[in-house]
Design a protein around this ligand. Structure first.
Ligand SMILES: [Fe+2]
Ligand SMILES: [Fe+2]
Length: 170
């Protein structure tokens, strides 16, 4: 994985800028936390870019994938605040991320369009956005069907797990 080491470095830097661990206590699909889900999407989108030799801006891809669900609430809990979760959470994730760092236009688009086609007018407009949109759907399905063991294994192997990233930070 040629992009692996670069992606890991981008993730370490991102952990220093944004409290990503807030996502660790929230369940996304099945028993997978939102944090692990975002790591899975980083891994898969980077793997796809490499496997199919897709020229991407790696910081945009990694940041967009890691922050795409940074909305930080439990969407399983019924609440009038997130009744329209599917439609609204990409914008919320972007707003949350922008509290901690500035993101370039393409990266904002990656986050805003990851739920397409549900978000009809926010469609993927870049290679990075398409990769995250597709990887997110695969990961959501695999996690819901408990077919995500390989993603967990791979994220750990590439030092993408929370523990190894926090250790590297120290
Ligand atoms: Fe999402
Ligand atoms: Fe997601």
């Amino acid at each position: 994985m040629e992009y692996g080491e670069q992606a890991r470095r981008i993730l370490i830097e991102l952990h220093q800028q944004v409290p990503l661990e807030q996502m660790a206590g929230l369940i996304q699909h099945g028993t997978t936390s939102t944090y692990q889900h975002c790591l899975n999407v980083v891994l898969l989108s980077v793997l796809l870019a490499e496997r199919f030799s897709i020229a991407v801006d790696l910081p945009t891809l990694v940041q967009g994938a890691m922050l795409h669900d940074f909305y930080c609430y439990d969407w399983h809990q019924p609440s009038p605040d997130h009744r329209w979760h599917g439609f609204c959470h990409p914008r919320l994730a972007l707003c949350q991320a922008l509290r901690y760092l500035d993101l370039e236009e393409n990266c904002r688009g990656v986050i805003l369009s990851h739920m397409w086609p549900l978000t009809l007018f926010h469609y993927p407009r870049s290679r990075e956005a398409w990769l995250v949109c597709l990887a997110d759907k695969y990961c959501a399905l695999a996690e819901s069907m408990k077919l995500d063991d390989w993603l967990r294994r791979e994220t750990q192997e590439f030092g993408f797990s929370a523990l190894s990233i926090l250790r590297k930070q120290a």
